[in-house]
Design a protein around this ligand. Sequence first.
Ligand code: MTE
Ligand code: LUZ
Ligand code: MOS
Length: 759
Amino acid sequence: MKNVDSNSHVRGESIYLDDISLIEGTLYACVYDSPIAHGKLKNLDTTEAEKSAGVIKIITAKDLIGENQIGGVIPDEPLFADAEVHFQGMPIALVLAETEEQARTAAKRITAEIEPLEIVTDPRVAFAKNNLIVPPKHFKLGDAESAFSKCEYVYEGRADVNGQEHLYIETQGAYCVPTEQDGMRVFSSTQGPTAVQRCVSRVTALPMNLVEVDVTRLGGGFGGKEDQANAWAAMCAVGTQLTKRPVKYALHRMEDMRMTGKRHPYSADYRIGLSKDLKIVAYEVVFYQNAGASADLSPPVLERTLFHCTNSYFVPNVNATAYSCRTNLPPNTAFRGFGGPQGMFVIESAIAHAAEKLNVPASEIQRANLIADGDEFPYGQIAESEAATSWTQAHEKFDFARLQKEADEFNKQNKFVKKGVAIQPVCFGISFTKTPMNQARSLVHVYTDGSVAVSTGAVEMGQGVNTKIAQVASKIFSLPIERIRVHSTNTLRIANTSPTAASAAADLNGHATQIACETILQRLKEVAAPLVEASSADDVSIENGFVFRGGEPTDLDWLVLVNEAHFNRVSLSEHAHYATPGIHFDWSVAKGHPFAYHVYGTAAVGATVDCLRGIYTVDYVKTCHDFGSSMNKSVDYGQIEGGIVQGIGWMTLEEIVYDERGRLRSNALSTYKIPDIYSAPKTIDILPLQTSRENSAIFNSKAVGEPPLMYGIGAYFAIRNAVLSFNAENSPAFDAPFTPEKVLLNLYSEKVKQMKARR
Ligand code: MTE
Ligand code: LUZ
Ligand code: MOS
């Protein structure tokens, strides 16, 4: 079953925001954004811009009819800066002009007088000033403090991990069209159509029922459009409200990189305590999250860092604290893994630290501590664990010892080229950690020609959710996929949606679709029963477009049956609701059962480092991955391959650099390196985990969107191991990404020091 979008993608016929035909009279928008990272806005001069050719209007905070506020979690983010600016790239004014070129030219003619204030970019500095977005969060299991005193070995250290630019191929943008009686229709490149609807409603003061948001698909979101698509849609909507004309804004790449938030950088202090037999007895960790200038999604991201701070390991005594620190950077936001990867990087660093000191392979510590059935996560949920199963099956297939031996032998024979291997277990919880978000709806129509239309709250962003939803309808109705069409995500058809995020879109919206289709199917069976002289609807089934009675085919087909139902005034439509059962979480005690299930996996990652130049290749990623039972191998394998490459990029190449003035220096693809085909691993082997365990995923096919990204952490440690085998005197700081520059410095650091000392 191939991706339902594959033909139109390859032919260039798929419709993205920029492919929507514009209505005559459309205006183009362009933002004037703050040139400095922190200051008092004294004076804004728009006179030159107003005189600029084609300019229709310039909008600032004071023009808004609704609230100048777009903060979703906490109301701390104005749409347009008014009294102060908080980051470089913060929108101050919006130019509307007859052409895109004219809007951009005019925006360059705006000037602002800004009285500089102190700029903070480091989360630890923000913490020292007590500049926190929310009060600190804690997870506690057992009694870490007294457990440390009984540990044979205790190590402490620091780990830092940088952010990541989403680099969706399609930049942020929106197109707003006025509809009658003050309404508007907003086309937005968003993962959260309802979030856009709410935000537009807030800044325009229009009720939500006058705001229609429509999303056909995104050219990638990766979390960057879970919340941060709102601003651009809100600006277009405000423009439409004030001019009564359609308004379009699609950001240029550099605007997008400069004005939008990224994955959160974190700095962390850890302390790990082990027993003589390498059991991790106690783990203490303090996370400093670099939230940027406003909350955005930082609080729930911070929470997920805590949820995943022990990765796939069982640690009986945990004391974890997390601070969300306010800095003068663009507000950081959701990014594939949502804080989880940062939490995992720190415990992997702690384990690597202990392994180095104890002179054992890190994999020995990892293997000895995998979480087992019945073990408790620090947040109270009891594990149904595939951690050891995935490890064992990966080891049986890929032979970790052989991989290590190959690297060791290679390293003995090569002086200036070294290989490193790392094992990377992954455990990721599936469900929004905020329980109320775990709900979805699906609207299914069967038409009288027998074709089926499905609408859900899920947004297609390349991850294949529409294919999976079509598969659900196709399977329940037993119709070929060609008879099913999954339509755009639209707030008039499906209301109050959760964003497509947390890897849960197929589960939530697929289940809702399953319920809707089953309801219609049951009605059809009831119509069919007397027609095929069956004793009851239970005796009827529908297979491949024909009605069966007692398992035997009849000559009543789908088309005739559908029309019989309609003729008998039986509804052929259903709007169904699904809410994930059995999940709950109580923050007052920081315990509960937040996840429907976990996804597990174990990967071996191999890398080769050129020790003269500091450059490296990732040779392989070999993983045994837990799909449950994949409902679409080509979609799921694609998600794994993409996630791995994106994770490797985060851990190795991609380096976001802000200078001390809070200015983004890596603001283009010439200075921000993302993985290309040459930096992708030479091979990716994917072995589906064999398990007979049931799970609550749609058709037992576990969520796959985010977990594979975290195999990328293994690339960091594989490179680190190669560096160590070249230069054993140096212990590289845990400071991701491990760029070629950092690798080179670490290859020679101690040697350089020794040379200097001898001189
Ligand atoms: N795959 C593609 N091609 N493009 C994307 O933007 N986003 C990822 C993942 N895979 C993304 C992707 C993220 S961050 C999430 S949460 C999931 O897809 C969301 O989709 P799902 O819930 O259907 O897995
Ligand atoms: N978004 C969110 C997410 O709002 N809550 C989550 O728990 C989450 N998890 C992963 C990715 N996005
Ligand atoms: Mo994904 S970070 O949940 O959009």
